[in-house]
Ligand binder design. Structure first.
Ligand SMILES: Cc1ncc(C[n+]2csc(CCOP(=O)(O)OP(=O)(O)O)c2C)c(N)n1
Length: 343
């Protein structure tokens, strides 16, 4: 997935620009479908109570993980927060290792000890996810600073939600990043809510998230995070500047989480849960689905056919079912290893 970089230039092996465009558009759609199918499989299995880890599902937010990760190159590193399945998978993390992790098995990406919020796929550049809000922003800045010191053409990319932007580490890190012109691409997924609190009751009047980054001297953009093409193109266009020492970039992506904060349910199905209306949820699910719109666009312009999509989905489901089967048959970590690699 990640392309090679040499002298700060991405080497593209393809010959025609049109075919590159067609291939990447298809790849973006296919990757979003992969994330959705993996997540929806986990959602269905979660009520069996065999995954003994709280899961923060990210249904509806696939375009950001996909658009960003597809634009990155080999050597770049990705960090994430509690809602991390999409980021891990989009960076190339194995679904089998994710499932095994959720089932607490030794074959999991963190040997069954990390659970849903502590994923890793270092060989794919996905370093770690952390449940402590704002933490991944600071740690990613450390990687970016190291790239700068070592004169490496790589970029460090932390994904985080709107609530992380209320943490002290957010402001400290952004100030450091700006001052030291480190190669970091900050990706804020603004899905409007911090657990059950809307952003309007948490932010000082008029204080947009990207505006806070701008106030610290960082170049910013605010985009539709449910438009995978916009996400991909924006990231593609800013990466060369970041790599060439121009300093960090902050991207605020507007999106929406379909399911409850933690767990597999839709909020509108949970009795007495009134922090957001059913109409609002239905609007985002029915009118603003990132996969539905991308699919429609590529079907309409002939980039992809319905049969092609059906074939992708069929082979993905086989791969997913096989991964789940193997994960459930995995090995339990030995009790004697309980305190190993735990921090
Ligand atoms: C430092 C810290 N404070 C509080 C929490 C509890 N907490 C976990 S998730 C969450 C809300 C996160 O919202 P956001 O960052 O917008 O991400 P989203 O869940 O919407 O994806 C909170 C308050 C935490 N994990 N870490």
């Amino acid at each position: 997935m990640l392309q090679q970089i040499e002298n700060n230039e991405v080497i593209d092996q393809s010959t025609s620009n049109t075919s590159i465009q067609t291939n990447i558009e298809k790849e973006l759609l296919k990757n979003m479908i992969w994330l959705r199918m993996c997540e929806e499989t986990l959602v269905k299995l979660y009520p069996e109570q065999e995954m003994r880890t709280p899961c923060h599902f990210a249904t509806g937010q696939e375009a950001i993980a996909t658009g960003v990760c597809q634009a990155l190159s080999q050597g770049d590193v990705v960090y994430s927060h509690h809602r991390c399945h999409n980021h891990y998978l989009a960076a190339g993390g194995s679904f089998f290792k994710l499932a095994a992790e959720l089932y607490g098995r030794l074959e999991g990406c963190s040997n069954g000890k990390g659970g849903s919020v502590h994923l890793t796929a270092r060989d794919k550049g996905f370093i770690i996810s952390s449940a402590i809000l704002g933490e991944d922003i600071a740690v990613a800045a450390g990687s970016a600073f190291a790239f700068k010191i070592d004169k490496l053409p790589y970029v460090a990319v932390p994904f985080f939600g709107d609530a992380s932007c209320e943490e002290g580490s957010f402001y400290e890190t952004l100030n450091f990043a700006s001052l030291n012109k480190i190669p970091a691409l900050f990706i804020c997924e603004n899905n409007l809510y911090s657990t059950e609190s809307h952003i309007d009751i948490r932010a000082a009047s008029g204080a947009t998230i990207h505006g806070r980054a701008k106030a610290l001297g960082i170049e910013t953009a605010a985009i539709d995070g449910n438009n995978v093409f916009e996400v991909y193109n924006t990231v593609k266009s800013v990466l060369p500047k970041i790599r060439s020492g121009n300093g960090p970039f902050f991207l605020e992506c507007a999106t929406y989480r379909w399911r409850e904060h933690v767990g597999p349910n839709f909020d509108y199905n949970v009795p007495n849960r009134t922090y957001r209306s059913k109409e609002e949820q239905e609007y985002w699910i029915n009118e603003r689905c990132p996969i539905k719109s991308a699919k429609q666009l590529l079907l309409n312009n002939g980039t992809v056919t319905a049969v092609e999509i059906e074939n992708w989905e069929a082979s993905m489901q086989i791969e997913i079912d096989d991964a789940i089967k193997r994960a459930k048959q995995g090995t339990w970590p030995d009790v004697s290893s309980l305190l190993e690699n735990v921090y």
